[in-house]
Write a protein that binds this ligand. Structure first.
Ligand code: 5GP
Ligand code: ZN
Length: 116
């Protein structure tokens, strides 16, 4: 996708701090971290959002979760972590390339919307 910033990060055309890369996925530090560990894990192939996951492209999502487990181990998140996918307008997705936020080294809140 020509104008997709995460496609460009995956291709190395926009700099990022990569923590993992293989043939299918890239993981890199979020520009505006919301926790001491905040990594984005993306497929190299452009998938616009979680709404676009199909039987044909879903294998990469399973692989992403294998990578998340590996990164979490390497980054010392043995006490746990949170994985978030924001999808679409209501989900507050701001970059239209599928990505999973891996957040850790912080005690998370639950439920997520205590003000509701
Ligand atoms: P979303 O809101 O779509 O779920 O998450 C997009 C995330 O991408 C945000 O947390 C934002 O900080 C991050 N982000 C946006 N542009 C860039 C960039 O150019 N580089 C990096 N490393 N992160 C970015
Ligand atoms: Zn893309």
């Amino acid at each position: 996708m020509a104008d997709c910033i995460f496609c460009k990060i995956a291709a190395g055309e926009i700099p990022s701090t990569k923590v993992y890369e293989d043939g299918q996925v890239v993981a890199f530090k979020d520009l505006e971290p919301q926790a001491p560990v905040h990594v984005l894990v993306i497929p190299k192939a452009h998938i616009a959002s979680a709404k676009e996951i199909t039987p044909e492209n879903s294998a990469v999502v399973a692989h992403i979760f294998e990578v998340i487990a590996k990164i979490a181990d390497e980054l010392g998140l043995e006490n746990g972590f949170r994985v978030i996918n924001n999808c679409g307008e209501d989900g507050m997705q701001s970059v239209q390339h599928l990505h999973f936020h891996l957040l850790g080294q912080k005690k998370m809140g639950w439920p997520p919307f205590p003000q509701d």
